[in-house]
Design a binder for this molecule. Structure first.
Ligand SMILES: *Cc1c(COP(=O)(O)O)cnc(C)c1O
Length: 389
């Protein structure tokens, strides 16, 4: 539940390494200790050194929260056991019966949580938030307590105008939350664009090594911080000290990783765009992306995720996937290793087929998470996929 100490002018790269990374004051250890403990001894009843029980807080997690808050230009960060448990805390933070306006192309797990768990507590309305005019009108009409955006979305990489929507929401007294998982704090900072809260699945780029599940909320409001502390303590989705430490370790290379992910992705996106077995490529960095201009305006880069439509259908997709060796067939994204997935069969199987089709999530859609392998090896691997008999 840490408050970021260093809102310094130091660059992003420097802050990934130094905020929350002060040497251990007791031993001088340059790397933060893993406080692998459930409880903390009190000097006298109620007299402690700021920590009581690891469900509520833990010094290793505090360091991670300090660093993350700084990277997202937030005052506070709350680290949780998964991205979805961060979303769960937000659902409990909002008063019962809240109206929530949600982008219609959100992560499948978020969609499942809203429509099968929290639909009993809140009133959700799903709309195409890529259309600013329509979203502004809907905010006026529906009067939501919160607008929940994902930008870019998963897997269609659609963008929503964060500044425009935040402005309209502010007028209507609605909070704006942006799931910023795909860009990481390196390429996009929604709070600077007027959003009230940012959510990340740390499982993805923030940790970056596919060995931890975690989530985080970042925001500036002190009352919100007190409430998230209450909720973390009362509901209990706390991340373990060891996992927090692993994320702290992964975070140190976030800037270099993001630059390299993007470099590889741009090259692969352009190569795919010229491939005869590809119907269409979706990547915010391509001039052909319908929102390329908005991407350049609100993001400082385009990330490492590419979606493309292979010519054909499920049969051709499966053949392609089975011809790959380097790109591992797996859900998730944002790790050092390249991954490939087929949303209609895998991550978005929980979204009904009719809904999938209505938002353009067709059966020939393939999603790539471009890792940090040599890009020529990755391209050769994709070519093997296309040539698979
Ligand atoms: C993975 C993901 C989540 C959920 O995070 P978990 O850590 O898997 O619980 C939420 N939003 C997006 C965009 C994701 O990619």
């Amino acid at each position: 539940m840490a408050k970021s100490k260093k809102q310094s002018k130091q660059s992003f790269d420097t802050r990934t390494i130094h905020v929350g990374g002060e040497p251990d004051p007791v031993t001088g250890a340059i790397m933060p200790p893993i406080f692998q403990t459930s409880t903390f001894v009190q000097k006298a009843p109620g007299v402690h050194q700021g920590y009581e029980y690891t469900r509520s807080h833990n010094p290793t997690r505090t360091r991670l929260e300090e660093c993350l808050a700084s990277l997202e230009n937030a005052k506070f960060a709350t680290v949780t056991a998964s991205g979805l448990s961060a979303a769960m805390l937000v659902m409990h933070h909002l008063p019962k019966g809240s109206k929530i306006l949600v982008g219609d192309d959100v992560y499948g797990g978020t969609y499942r949580m809203f429509t099968t768990i929290f639909h009993e507590r809140h009133n959700f309305k799903f709309i195409d938030t890529t259309d600013l005019k329509k979203t502004e009108a809907e905010i006026k009409k529906f009067k939501p307590a919160m607008v929940w955006l994902e930008s870019p979305t998963n897997p269609l990489l659609k963008l929503s105008d964060i500044a425009g929507i935040s402005k309209a929401a502010k007028k209507a007294n609605a909070l704006v939350l942006v799931d910023n998982t795909f860009m990481s704090p390196y390429f996009q900072n929604p709070l600077d664009l007027g959003a009230d809260m940012v959510l990340h699945s740390m499982t993805k780029y923030i940790n970056g090594h596919s060995d931890v599940v975690g989530g985080v909320l970042m925001y500036n409001d002190k009352k919100m911080n007190q409430d998230f502390f209450r909720l973390q303590n009362s509901i209990g989705p706390a991340q373990s000290p060891f996992d927090s430490w692993l994320v702290l370790r992964g975070l140190k290379t976030l800037a270099v990783r993001m630059r390299a992910h993007e470099q590889g992705a741009i090259k692969i996106a352009k190569w795919l765009e010229n491939h005869k077995q590809v119907e269409r490529v979706v990547y915010p960095g391509l001039a052909s992306h319908p929102q390329h201009k908005l991407a350049k305006k609100q993001m400082s880069g385009f990330g490492g995720m590419i979606t493309f439509f292979i010519k054909g259908g499920v049969k051709e997709s499966k053949k392609f996937l089975q011809g790959l060796e380097l790109f591992a067939l797996a859900e998730s994204l944002g790790g050092v290793e390249s991954l490939v997935e087929h949303p209609a069969i895998m991550t978005h199987a929980s979204v009904p087929k009719k809904v999938r089709e209505s938002i353009g999530l067709s059966d020939n859609l393939i999603r790539l998470s471009v890792g940090l392998e040599d890009v020529n090896d990755l391209i050769a691997d994709l070519e093997n996929g296309f040539n698979k008999k």
